[in-house]
Structure formats: structure tokens, C-alpha cells
Design a protein around this ligand. Structure first.
Ligand code: DGJ
Length: 384
């Protein structure tokens, strides 16, 4: 028998690593969602993908989100956009950092910037993956959330690496469109009852873009939706053919109620209608969710009420969370998963995820708390 002492140090190290791997307890596969509980990846580490969104591509789901660190710096981007992959939505494998912040102080995504709510789409025309996100600069001239930029990055693979292209205000010098008679769009110009004139103020330099999402509409048109005009109005922008820019066709959000001060937009399409879930604007503190419906992305939108059901505390705080995305459930055109963040601004890495099944009540989407739930046992009532 070969003596241990005659082994090369390299071989001994490899053996030791293999033994250590065997000794590591395997992480039990998850078979349900447990909203609000610490959610571990397949290596047993807590998933770090806040303000996230999901891309479904080639049988895999990719979850992109803000990588947060512990402590007061945690809400600034010290790492970048984290990505996880899954086939079943319960078990997620860490695929690393899809978009890294830069160590170069001249880069708009310089470490210490604020990089929030990343979302990615696959562009079939270019066969590239395109990520958009909300960016605030690590810059004393533009402190806090005053830069209000939309950033874009591209990759050849879903998990990246994503290459940062640019971050800008949006549609500089372009007035919005609004639905006119006979379904035609008309270009609005100049002052438009826009109080207190943030739209006009930002006309030349481009519109602000804060909380955002991407939405791939069923007609093939992709959209960027973001909070603008100091969060006064949401804006809906068409993405261009390669998804890395805009088309000059955009509109402001109009609804019969609650058209102002919406954040955290999340969209889905069902049965001929678009549905939009948002929050109000109370920083990291939760507030009541809002739900809207429209037959067109151009609006106008009808307010459907607060979708949350339960005790007052749950209804008033969206189950202590804020919307980030709505995902079509696997294998169904009718079932949707509401994804939200339970923020923990004092220790951001400890933020939790609240995923709930969207149910239906008198034709309106509603949310009820579930301690745990599964895709197979989709909680009732549903589908009316
Ligand atoms: C609420 C937004 O939804 C979050 O993404 C983040 O920007 C916080 N505000 C910052 O206060």
C-alpha cells in the first residue's frame, strides 16, 4: 500500500477537498414556496437577488436581482447583479454575478452606485440577452436618487457576463403619445396639465427613470416601464428591435384613480387584458399595493383596488413587502406568481422574498397569504 507521505501535495489537496465535499451535508431539495422565510440556494446559501426579475429561456428560469451586503452599505451596489438558475422555481443554483460593478471611478456603474431592480429579456433577433436596471451614480454632484437613470447591458449567455452599454435619462426631446380618437396615438406637446411640470423640466435632458421593469407583451413588443417625474407618473417606453434602446414611442400612465406616485411596477397579460401591480412611494417601508387593468399598454388603466386580502396589517403592507415582478407559472397561460421583496434596509442582505399565487375574485387578481404553497396545489380560488 502506498504510504500517505509519498503522495504529491497536490493530490493530497484534491483528496482532502473530495472528502470535505462528501462530508458536507447535501441540501435537501425544496418542494414548496415558503414566502418570507430565508430561501437557500442549492448550495445552502441564502439567495441574494433582491428587487429581481425572472427570464425564462430554453427550459430554464434565471432569477436576476440586486446583490446586497450586510450593514449600512448594503443598499449600494458593492457587487452587482446576482443570477440564479432553476428548472422548477423552488430550487435555485447560484450562477454568480451576471453584471459586475466597476472599480473604475469613471464608470457609471462604479462600485458604490445604486443599482436596483435589474430585469433581463432574450432578444431573438440578435440572440443576445439584454438587461435594464435603475442606476444612481456614486457621485457627489448627483447624490442619492437624483440622477434617475436607466442602465442597459448585454450578454451572449443568459447568466452573463453582461457588458455595460450606457445609462441615461430617457427619450430626451420627445413628447409622449396618448391614445386619441379611433384608437390612434397622438403626440402631446408642451404643457400638459403636468403638475408641477417635471415632464417639461426634463424634456430636453430626458425623463427620469427610477423603479422599473421590463415586459415582453404578447404582440411581440417589449417595454420598459419606470417611475418618472419625481415618481409622480409611471412611463411606458417601447424598446427598439434589439432591446438596447427606445423608439420615440412612449406614454405616461393614466388611470381613473391612483395614477400618481406609483413605484415597483410589475405586469402581466391574461385573457386579453394587461394587469399592472404597483406600490405607493414610501421608501423601504411597505405600503398598500395597487392593481390596474387595461386592454392596451397605451392605457387608459382602470384601478381595480388593493389586490391583498387578509387582516388589516397584511392588506396595508402588502404582507410586509413590495412588488418586483409577476411571473407566468410553468405550463400555464392563466396562472401567475406575484414576486415581492420584504426589505430590511438596516441589514439589506437579510431582505426576504414573498412569492404568492395570484388568485381571482370577480375577475380581479387578488393575493392571499400562504405559509407555504406549491405549483401543483395552486391555492383556490383561481381562474374565474
Ligand atoms: C422604493 C423602491 O421601490 C426601492 O427599489 C428603492 O428605490 C427604495 N424606494 C429606496 O428608498
Amino acid at each position: 500500500m502506498k504510504k500517505l507521505s509519498t503522495q504529491s501535495p497536490r493530490r493530497a489537496a484534491v483528496m482532502a477537498a473530495a472528502l470535505a465535499a462528501c462530508a458536507t451535508p447535501t441540501v435537501a431539495a425544496l418542494r414548496a414556496f415558503h414566502p418570507g422565510e430565508a430561501w437557500n440556494d442549492t448550495a445552502g446559501n441564502v439567495i441574494n437577488a433582491h428587487g429581481g426579475g425572472i427570464l425564462h429561456y430554453n427550459g430554464w428560469y434565471y432569477w436576476f436581482g440586486e446583490d446586497k451586503i450586510a450593514g449600512p452599505l448594503g443598499n449600494t451596489a458593492q457587487v452587482g447583479v446576482h443570477v440564479y438558475a432553476s428548472r422548477d422555481l423552488y430550487n435555485w443554483t447560484d450562477r454568480g454575478v451576471a453584471l459586475k460593478v466597476s472599480n473604475d471611478p469613471r464608470s457609471p456603474i462604479h462600485k458604490g452606485c445604486i443599482l436596483e431592480r435589474p430585469k433581463a429579456l432574450y432578444n431573438a433577433r440578435t440572440r443576445r440577452f439584454v438587461m435594464w436596471f435603475h442606476l444612481e451614480l456614486n457621485n457627489k454632484q448627483k447624490p442619492g436618487y437624483s440622477a434617475a437613470l436607466a442602465g442597459v447591458a448585454v450578454a451572449e449567455e443568459p447568466t452573463g457576463p453582461y457588458r455595460f452599454l450606457r445609462a441615461t435619462r430617457l427619450e430626451a426631446g420627445v413628447w409622449p403619445l396618448a391614445p386619441g380618437s379611433g384608437g390612434r396615438l397622438k403626440r402631446l406637446r408642451g404643457a400638459m396639465n403636468s403638475d408641477p411640470k417635471f415632464l417639461e423640466r426634463d424634456f430636453r435632458g430626458g425623463q427620469m427613470s427610477r423603479d422599473m421593469t421590463l415586459f415582453d407583451a404578447p404582440d411581440g413588443q417589449a417595454w420598459l416601464i419606470s417611475s418618472s417625474e419625481e415618481n409622480r407618473y409611471l412611463h411606458f417606453y417601447e424598446l427598439n428591435k434589439d432591446y438596447t434602446g427606445l423608439t420615440r414611442r412612449w406614454t405616461r400612465f393614466h388611470a381613473d384613480k391612483f395614477e400618481h406616485d406609483n413605484e415597483a411596477p410589475a405586469l402581466f397579460f391574461r385573457g386579453g387584458n394587461y394587469y399592472l401591480i404597483t406600490s405607493g412611494t414610501t421608501g423601504w417601508a411597505p405600503n398598500p399595493a395597487r392593481c390596474f387593468r387595461s386592454p392596451s399598454m397605451w392605457g387608459p388603466w382602470k384601478y381595480l383596488g388593493n389586490p391583498c386580502r387578509g387582516v388589516t396589517r397584511q392588506v396595508d403592507t402588502t404582507f410586509d413587502s413590495q412588488s418586483t415582478f409577476v411571473l407566468a407559472a410553468p405550463g400555464s397561460h392563466n396562472k401567475f406568481i406575484f414576486m415581492a421583496d420584504r426589505w430590511r434596509p438596516e441589514n439589506p442582505i437579510d431582505g426576504r422574498y414573498v412569492w404568492l399565487p395570484i388568485q381571482w375574485e370577480k375577475g380581479k387578481p387578488i393575493l392571499r397569504w400562504q405559509k407555504s404553497w406549491t405549483l401543483r396545489g395552486w391555492p383556490k380560488p383561481n381562474g374565474r
